[in-house]
Design a protein around this ligand. Structure first.
Ligand SMILES: [Zn+2]
Length: 101
């Protein structure tokens, strides 16, 4: 169970945090869906034929019905704890509180 911790980034801060956690390859990035808590990877989005850029604002279930859910960060309800320049995004999967994987 992840505790709620709200984070606000500027786009530059967020991009450098992503690079610190996952490097430069966007396919290696992982984000946690705030609704189903599934960890979605950029590679899965690519494999599903989706924009890898969608991984931080859409759950994989929108592209692969066998996984995750159909949540989108830009929908009517904002349940995201992370915001970049005020826009809701999914949380990085390897944040400072989740070193187990
Ligand atoms: Zn989901």
């Amino acid at each position: 169970m992840s505790e709620l911790k709200n984070k606000e980034y500027t786009k530059a801060e967020w991009l450098s945090e992503g690079e610190r956690l996952f490097g430069k390859n966007f396919e290696d990035y992982k984000f946690v869906c705030p609704r189903c808590k599934r960890i979605n990877t950029g590679r899965e989005f690519k494999d599903a034929g989706a924009e890898p850029n969608a991984m931080y604002c859409e759950c994989i279930g929108r592209y692969d019905k066998t996984k995750g859910c159909d949540w989108a960060a830009y929908g009517l309800f904002d349940i995201c704890t992370v915001h970049v320049d005020g826009h809701p995004v999914f949380e990085f999967a390897d944040g400072e509180n989740s070193h187990e994987s």
